[in-house]
Design a protein around this ligand. Structure first.
Ligand SMILES: NC(=O)c1ccc[n+]([C@@H]2O[C@H](COP(=O)([O-])OP(=O)(O)OC[C@H]3O[C@@H](n4cnc5c(N)ncnc54)[C@H](O)[C@@H]3O)[C@@H](O)[C@H]2O)c1
Ligand SMILES: [Zn+2]
Ligand SMILES: [Zn+2]
Length: 368
């Protein structure tokens, strides 16, 4: 029997999220139904609403989720009813050259499980019986979700689900970009563009990695105040016509060792690249519009040996990195509860998105 669930849906681009009752089918072979405990509201969900991330509509939003296993389909091992899990929004086949090499964020099969479980047919329908897509194989902004077992990582049930949910995207993306992609070294200087859930996680990661200077850049003063609480040593509030790259070079006598773009702008990616010192590393974490591009002065590549790269989901291996993030949380070194500015009911999902757009939250979380 399908389960009834309230869910946050995007029905048309650039229109407010709607909350509807949907039907969630039980799990087929290799699948699991989860009763959600919490789901963070990530800018990537908003990007699906604006069309920056193009996914077919109508779409059940949500990929930063955590919950309790409700029902397990045939052939699933390692998960049982009652287990606590965090959603992983990347599907990993485990067999392609990237999965085998330990880089599942690059899995060649990922496109197959983008809007349905891997088997390829939808498990969710609206009240009229119309099939719905799910965001990145998750659709976790709903009371129940049926997903491929590979999209779920078991966690310690002692960890509150609202904190655990953040590890399913923002925290692993940010901290992972520092630990795995950039491998930030102790004593280094780091600039972070954009202090939302992702950027603040980069700041925390840099602090844990032992960075000496952490410079936060955001257009909102309130975000810079939050950044200081998570470990920023300096802040920059850029004004129109400011040359931020120049300001950063001055602040660090030659440029930061690393810069992380956590907004989703080709122009800022270029600024991050210009700012870093000779031999430095600029990492693009933000997801820009498909039409956006970044220009670099080609000559600086050989003469200054600078690197511009990207980081998807913190270059993580979910089964390795989720427990690693949660161990840091349990040890009191990674602040998760402090990242949650506000909790919302599923009925308040439209407000949660309005607050994200207005930059009111470090992270907003929907709790079920
Ligand atoms: N690479 C990945 O795997 C991955 C994963 C999750 C999210 N993302 C992307 O990361 C980005 C950030 O996500 P989030 O959830 O933290 O978003 P958010 O909306 O919570 O935060 C964005 C922050 O950027 C600030 N900002 C906007 N314009 C700016 C500018 N010109 N200069 C400096 N700061 C500016 C905003 O004030 C806000 O504080 C988004 O593009 C999102 O899609 C990427
Ligand atoms: Zn996300
Ligand atoms: Zn693969």
């Amino acid at each position: 029997m399908p389960r009834k669930a309230k869910a946050a849906l995007c029905r048309a681009h650039n229109t407010p999220v709607v909350v509807e009752s949907i039907a969630v089918d039980p799990p087929k072979r290799g699948e699991v139904t989860v009763k959600l405990g919490a789901c963070g509201v990530c800018h990537s969900d908003l990007s699906a609403i604006t069309g920056t991330i193009a996914l077919p509509l109508p779409l059940v939003l949500g990929h930063e989720g955590a919950g309790v296993v409700e029902e397990v389909g045939e052939g699933v091992s390692g998960l049982a009813k009652g287990d606590h899990v965090v959603f992983s929004f990347i599907y990993m086949c485990g067999k392609c050259r990237f999965c085998v090499a330990g880089r599942p964020v690059l899995c060649l099969e990922q496109g197959k499980a983008l809007t349905t479980p891997l088997e390829g047919t939808p498990r969710v329908r609206d009240a009229a019986g119309t099939p719905l897509s799910i965001f990145s194989g998750c659709g976790a902004m709903a009371e129940y979700a049926t997903v491929s077992a590979e999209n779920l990582i078991p966690i310690d049930p002692k960890i509150p689900l609202d904190c655990a949910a953040l590890v399913g995207c923002g925290v692993t993306t940010g901290v992972g970009a520092v630990f795995n992609t950039a491998r930030v070294e102790p004593g280094s200087s780091v600039a972070v563009f954009g202090c939302g859930g992702v950027g603040l996680s980069v700041i925390q990661g840099a602090r844990i990695a032992g960075a000496e200077r952490i410079i936060a850049i955001d257009t909102l003063e309130a975000k810079l105040e939050m950044a200081k609480k998570f470990g920023a040593t300096d802040t920059v509030l850029p004004r129109k016509d400011d040359d931020v790259a120049k300001m950063l070079k001055k602040l660090t006598s030659g440029g930061p060792d690393y810069a992380f773009e956590c907004v989703g702008s080709g122009e800022l990616a270029g600024t991050a690249y210009r700012a870093i010192r000779r031999g430095g590393l600029a990492v693009v974490v933000g997801v820009a519009k498909p039409s956006d591009s970044t220009a670099v002065r080609t000559m600086t590549l050989p003469f200054e040996e600078k690197t511009l790269t990207g980081s998807y989901f913190g270059s993580c291996v979910p089964r390795v990195d989720f427990p690693r993030m949660l161990a840091l949380y349990m040890a009191g070194r990674l602040q998760l509860n402090e990242l949650i500015t506000r909790r919302y009911s599923i009925d308040q999902a439209p407000q949660a998105f309005a607050d994200l757009e207005a930059g009111r939250n470090a992270r907003g979380v929907i709790v079920f």
